[in-house]
Design a binder for this molecule. Structure first.
Ligand code: ZN
Ligand code: FE
Length: 265
């Protein structure tokens, strides 16, 4: 059996660079910095064999040139974002097959945070014990979603819908540790949500020990992430009350919620 390890490497203030390894070779997702990746590879005795990029922001691509240095390895990334270091441009529907670690990934278009943002989905092989995984960059976060820098609310809502439609057991590998501040906002949008309250306690306990709150799962996000719950009447009521504006359809609710989050302290 092909057992892979998924390791979040902390970078900058709150980024995670995910490493996927078979114990010998490793793939790095969104290496914004080279040094922490190098250190982790050296400590574990892994060799970097490929790089996957979700979008063009510097905190996701900044370490690539340094990492590829004199050993050229394939760099996969969104075709629509003109990232100079990408050797294998991708768009939604494409499939990536890597020999080592052995990985098969489906590319999903998830515009909104940036215009060409993509996610990588690794399907479970349909057998017990083979869990699906997704690398979603700055689109879906634990209890939150990315800011809309280049896309529209309608695009981001469709992107989140595409991720929410993945199997519930899918492990979600986000690119930032934003969970605690996201939970504070989520509690304002969804105050009656018991699972969210319980998660708030658990997440605080994890962060008090500097343990990552990730990966999360799609099923968990459907239950606690307000940006995936914009169709819920209780969430729509909380929004309407707070903002004194009706939020009775999902797109309006999503748009208002994202704007409220931008100014929430
Ligand atoms: Zn970003
Ligand atoms: Fe980022």
């Amino acid at each position: 059996m092909n057992t892979l390890e998924y390791v979040p490497v902390p970078a900058f203030a709150d980024n995670y660079i995910w490493l996927v390894s078979d114990g010998r070779d490793a793939v790095a997702v969104d290496p914004g910095e080279a040094a922490p990746v190098r250190a982790q590879l050296a400590e574990r005795g892994w060799r970097l064999s490929a790089i996957l990029l979700t979008h063009h922001h510097a905190d996701h691509v900044g370490g690539v040139a340094d990492l590829i240095g004199d050993t050229p390895i394939p760099v996969y990334g969104p075709a629509a974002e003109g990232i100079a270091v990408v050797t294998h441009p991708l768009s939604g529907g494409d499939r990536v097959v890597l020999p080592s670690p052995r990985l098969e990934l489906q590319v999903i278009d998830v515009p909104g945070h940036t215009r060409g943002h993509i996610a990588y989905f690794q399907a479970g092989q349909g057998q017990p014990g083979t869990t699906p995984h997704v690398f979603c960059g700055d689109t879906l976060f634990a209890c939150g979603c990315g800011r809309l820098f280049e896309g529209t609310p309608a695009q981001m809502l469709a992107s989140l819908d595409a991720l929410a439609a993945l199997p519930g057991e899918t492990q979600v590998h986000c690119a930032h540790e934003y969970t605690l501040s996201n939970i504070r906002f989520a509690l304002a949008c969804d105050p009656g949500n018991e699972r969210l309250r319980a998660w708030s306690d658990r997440a605080q306990a994890l962060r008090a020990r500097s343990v990552p709150t990730l990966p999360t799962t799609i099923a968990h996000e459907r239950a606690v992430n307000p940006f995936l719950r914009t169709g819920d009447p209780a969430v729509q009521r909380a929004l309407a009350e707070e903002l004194h504006e009706p939020a009775a359809d999902r797109l309006t609710a999503f748009t208002l919620m994202r704007e409220w989050k931008n100014r929430f302290r």
